[in-house]
Design a protein around this ligand. Structure first.
Ligand SMILES: CC(C)(COP(=O)(O)OP(=O)(O)OC[C@H]1O[C@@H](n2cnc3c(N)ncnc32)[C@H](O)[C@@H]1OP(=O)(O)O)[C@@H](O)C(=O)NCCC(=O)NCCS
Length: 177
């Protein structure tokens, strides 16, 4: 199956996932190098989960499941532009047991990119990553993303410090499995 790998499976998010998403969006380890916005209440996240629109070409948000249907993170492809065939990717592994070393994020990225190229017929997938986020940059390079440029001091961390962001992209045919 297309969204099933050896370690993870990607599936649509359910309203019951709201509690875990609440935990993760407020976890400083997850959010260290991510643009998070202002704190949100559990009630707001529950409401959003209940009202989540169906996945469409414009925005595909999928939960990452591992080991017996345990939700461990989220990956999405958003803001797809049909004229160009380009969309932007975001990913995080929220569950600390599955982060940094098990290969879960790597496989989820590959499955999502394959879905983007094969099913959504994308030509290019882009993403932004903070320059200091070495783990993410390593994983992105490993699956085939290349660096395109640097947006200086464009990211403000939780402690108020500014950091450069790197634009990366992958073209159809460049995905490394
Ligand atoms: C980035 C992220 C999605 C990667 O997923 P993951 O499941 O943790 O990563 P994996 O286990 O698949 O791979 C980790 C890789 O980083 C490598 N790594 C670990 N520490 C590293 C470091 N300090 N510098 C460079 N590479 C490092 C590991 O060796 C491994 O590579 P390998 O398989 O080639 O040996 C995940 O760590 C995460 O969600 N981080 C927090 C949120 C985030 O930063 N999201 C991305 C925002 S752009």
């Amino acid at each position: 199956m297309l969204l099933q790998g050896e370690l993870v499976r990607l599936r649509a998010l359910e309203p019951e996932d709201a509690e875990k998403l609440y935990e993760w969006v407020h976890d400083p380890e997850v959010g260290r190098w991510m643009t998070n916005g202002h704190p949100r209440s559990l009630a707001q996240l529950r409401k959003r989960a209940e009202e989540r629109p169906v996945n469409t070409y414009d925005s595909v948000v999928l939960g990452i499941e591992a080991r017996g249907q345990r939700l461990i993170g989220v990956v999405d492809l958003r803001d797809a532009e049909p004229e160009i065939g380009e969309a932007e990717l975001d990913i995080y592994i929220g569950d600390p047991e599955f982060r940094n070393g098990g290969g879960y994020g790597t496989e989820a990225l590959r499955l999502m990119c394959r879905y983007g190229f094969n099913n959504m017929r994308l030509h290019q997938i882009t993403l932004w990553v903070v320059a200091e986020n070495e783990v993410a940059r390593h994983v992105y390079r490993k699956v085939g993303f290349v660096e395109e440029g640097r947006h200086r001091e464009a990211f403000v961390a939780q402690d108020g410090t500014r950091h450069d962001m790197i634009l990366m992209s992958m073209l159809k045919g460049e995905l490394k499995w």
